[in-house]
Design a protein around this ligand. Structure first.
Ligand code: HEM
Length: 406
């Protein structure tokens, strides 16, 4: 079994064999202290993750949601509504929910399609291209700008900072690799990252009116929301959350789809048949499951599988494992683009924190594929994919593709 605390266990992709073994033999698995951090419990079975999700009073988000320990001061400085429990969480969630609702996102479809068509055309101008740089990264980045209401000119910069936050364990994304150098200077910043300082500055300028944002975007909307406007430090953290969450997760889902299309020609044919457009996005996202886990903290002793989770213990819900649990999914490691129902957990389903951006992410993935697949007869991978070094967000980081055009 690979050590889940070690980011190097993920450099060749998710260790699915380890998760299968845990589901079978150690469904409540203890990883001892590592580095300066306390050990943690891992939930890997679908049913156990769902049970924890449904009980936020016992499995609380209000002491941090990342694997690393946080002091109370760090927690308070960096927290967003994602690091709170109901009923506190519900207040902010009610403010932000409408902007991300399925019908609102459906209204964005023409815009997403125009962007996707351009992105695909530009990529296909090259005989060979990096599918992540040229396709998977571009669409979520441009849509993030439109959702937030910030100018396109700022997006490369914002996304680079977002990558440094989420990729804080990968030397390709940051020089301040969290488990390799001392990051105490950035303890009060999102993800203990210097990029957090720069994003805070950007958010501060929005707050003090020196940087304009589009009035229709989510940032302007939450600033003026009646009965629960997000302001001050909370706004800065919310901004960082969106830049981080709304960006690379969708990128890695699209990248996984491209990788699978390059490996299994029949998937391309199924998409071209038009029969699986309603179901394919969920299946690609189930298999990608880019957000591997989120953490909760037990607020009381809990007996499970013959062991005791003690009050105060950290508990990781490995969505990536629950979404491949053979007790729930037939042939869980196989891509079945027609899978329905598809009750995967990649968006943290089952609890109050279910992903806000899931309708957007699914739509982006579907539309970009709809723009790509009619134009090609084959997609060949001419390099092996490289993977992020992270036990939190794992996905295809680069992948050279050679398309055969129709
Ligand atoms: C395939 C793409 C995506 C995946 C796999 C994903 C995954 C997740 C997961 C697992 C959670 C639950 C966190 C928890 O339980 O604590 C979550 C929450 C969240 N996601 Fe996503 N996400 C994706 C795309 C997006 C996008 C595009 C946005 C915004 C534009 C977004 C914004 C958020 C926010 C704000 C939350 C916190 C919600 C809350 O605490 O109530 N996500 N996401």
């Amino acid at each position: 079994m690979k050590n889940l605390a070690d980011h190097d266990s993920f450099v060749d992709g998710v260790p699915h064999g380890t998760f299968a073994q845990m589901r079978a033999q150690a469904p409540l698995h203890w990883t001892p202290d590592f580095g300066a951090d306390r050990g943690f419990w891992s939930l890997t079975r679908y049913a156990d993750i769902m049970a924890a999700q449904k009980d936020p009073q016992t499995f609380s988000s209000a002491q941090g949601i990342r694997i690393e320990d946080q002091s109370r001061a760090e927690y308070l400085a960096r927290r967003t509504f994602q690091e709170t429990d109901p009923p506190e969480h519900s207040t902010t969630r009610r403010v932000v929910n409408p902007a991300f609702a399925k019908p609102v996102m459906a209204g964005f479809e023409p815009m997403i399609r125009d962007l996707a068509r351009d992105i695909v055309s530009q990529a296909l101008d090259h005989a060979e291209f990096d599918g992540v740089e040229h396709i998977a990264k571009r669409l979520p980045m441009l849509m993030l700008g439109r959702i937030l209401g910030v100018p396109d000119a700022d997006l490369d910069w914002l996304v680079e900072r977002g990558d440094a936050l989420i990729g804080n364990t990968d030397p390709e994304f940051t020089t301040t690799v969290i488990d390799k150098v001392n990051t105490d200077d950035y303890a009060m910043m999102p993800f203990r990252s210097p990029a957090g300082v720069e994003l805070y500055d950007y958010a501060e300028q929005i707050l003090n009116g020196t940087r304009e944002v589009d009035d229709a975007g989510i940032l302007a909307r939450v600033l003026r929301a009646e009965g629960g406007a997000i302001q001050g430090q909370e706004f800065k953290n919310f901004f960082c959350l969106l830049v981080a969450a709304g960006n690379d997760t969708t990128r890695y889902s699209i990248a996984m789809a491209l990788w699978l299309l390059s490996q299994q020609k029949e998937l391309l044919e199924q998409l071209q048949s038009g029969a699986v457009w309603d179901t394919c996005a969920d299946e690609f996202i189930r298999l990608a499951s880019p957000t591997l886990h989120f953490r909760r903290t037990a607020t009381r002793d809990v007996e499970m599988h013959g062991e005791t989770i003690k009050a105060g213990d950290k508990v990781l819900m490995w969505f990536v494992s629950g979404s491949r649990d053979e007790a729930v999914f037939d042939a869980p490691d196989t891509a079945n683009l027609a899978r329905s129902p598809n009750r995967h957990l990649a968006f943290g389903q089952g609890g109050p924190h279910v992903c806000l951006g899931m309708w957007l992410a699914k739509l982006e993935l579907k539309v970009v594929l709809q723009e790509l697949v009619p134009r090609i007869t084959a997609l060949e991978a001419t390099s092996a994919p490289t993977w992020t070094r992270s036990n939190f967000i794992c996905g295809v980081k680069s992948l050279t593709l050679r398309p055969t055009l129709k």
